[in-house]
Design a protein around this ligand. Structure first.
Ligand code: MRU
Length: 359
């Protein structure tokens, strides 16, 4: 999508030196910094420290991580160790293990001297497929927005949580893809952007994406959505998912569940948008089976931003010696989800429909 009117993706292979490049998302929206991933340690750091984040992008980055690992040492022993090392970097987004398992399976019969090149080709394919899946998600989700517009004939108000835009994937994004397509099709839209404490992906990333695409948006703190829904100011919610269980339960950024409850209470459609690579076909129940990442409590007790001289700063916002706990995700039970938007179409959040998405 666009950044200062130029097209950019979140991860790419540099045409001149063939190195893997990413945007360091920790610095957005204040600095656009490009980083090179040369070793498996660089890749593990990028995922763990959230230079890259968002389930689809974590999967694509991990695939390139296996490639740079193979450049270091292409023995199966080393690659297995690299795979375990990468899988442990973040526990919740299933795309990470999905991409690594796919690579391990596809290289099982490949000679050692050809392994790195083979993994490189698989990683590039996973990247391309993610772009195509997100674009299709955008097309299917656009129809849902258009239906609302056709009925109401005025601006469609959409609420989103966290960042499930192109920064969370390679391009287009998941929850924001239908919004980008609606804009391109000239449907008047307005987006309510949840702040998404503690890392503020809504303010820092979603707002930045929407502003770069000239999409009207208003930034709200995390507890405003319920009030807006009670006053008919939200036509639909669209969020992403880091892992969807067979039951249709979805695990997404902390706070998603409360938005779904408010939407249900106010008859606001609640859509969850994601590629099929975010479905965990081995897990039936989201609440008991999806591992929830607990992150550094410092993310809760401090806040990050720029001062009036544009210097980036982190400041404490709690009493000294206070204790904080940082759960990064929660699970929204399927009964609160109107539909899942996937690259194969819009489906019900239940086991029969989800099994139908498997190849
Ligand atoms: O911790 P993050 O920023 O990696 O989490 C990402 C999310 O939870 C997003 O909300 C997103 O919907 C899932 S990935 C498209």
């Amino acid at each position: 999508m666009l950044v200062n009117d130029s097209h950019l993706t979140t991860i790419w292979v540099d045409e001149t030196d063939q190195e893997i490049k990413i945007i360091d998302q920790r610095l957005l929206p204040h600095e656009l910094s490009i980083v090179t991933l040369s070793t498996v340690k660089d890749v593990e750091f990028a995922i763990r420290e959230m230079q890259v984040r968002g389930a689809p992008l974590i999967g694509v980055t991990a695939a390139f991580g296996m490639y740079v690992a193979a450049l270091e040492d292409s023995s199966i022993e080393f690659l297995n160790k690299a795979a375990d090392f990468l899988i442990e970097s973040r526990p919740t987004a299933v795309n990470l293990s999905w991409a690594i398992k796919k690579i391990k399976l596809e290289i099982s019969n490949i000679d050692q001297q050809n392994r790195a090149e083979h993994i490189f080709n698989i990683a590039k394919k996973i990247r391309e497929e993610d772009i195509s899946a997100c674009s299709k998600i955008g097309d299917y989700g656009f129809e849902l927005i258009k239906n609302v517009y056709d009925k109401k004939n005025s601006t469609v108000n959409i609420l989103t949580h966290c960042n499930a835009g192109w920064l969370a994937a390679v391009d287009w994004g998941t929850a924001l893809a239908p919004i980008f397509k609606a804009k391109k099709n000239k449907i008047p839209i307005h987006v309510w952007v949840d702040e998404t404490r503690p890392r503020n992906q809504g303010f820092n990333l979603t707002a930045w994406e929407l502003i770069n695409e000239n999409i009207d948006c208003s930034l709200i703190v995390d507890n405003v959505g319920g009030h807006l829904m009670q006053h008919d100011q939200v036509d639909m919610c669209i969020v992403g998912t880091d892992r969807t269980a067979l039951s249709g339960d979805v695990c997404n950024k902390i706070g998603t569940y409360l938005k779904a409850l408010a939407a249900y209470d106010n008859n606001v459609p609640f859509y969850v948008s994601a590629p099929i690579s975010s479905i965990d076909f081995n897990i039936r129940d989201g609440i008991s089976e999806i591992p929830i990442e607990k992150r550094d409590p410092k993310e809760v007790s401090s806040i990050w931003g720029v001062d009036k001289n544009k210097n980036i700063k982190t400041i404490s916002i709690v009493p000294e010696k206070s204790k904080s706990i940082n759960y990064a995700f929660d699970v929204t039970p399927s009964k609160y989800i109107s539909k899942l938007i996937t690259e194969k179409g819009v489906v019900d959040a239940n086991e029969i429909s989800i099994k139908g998405l498997k190849d």
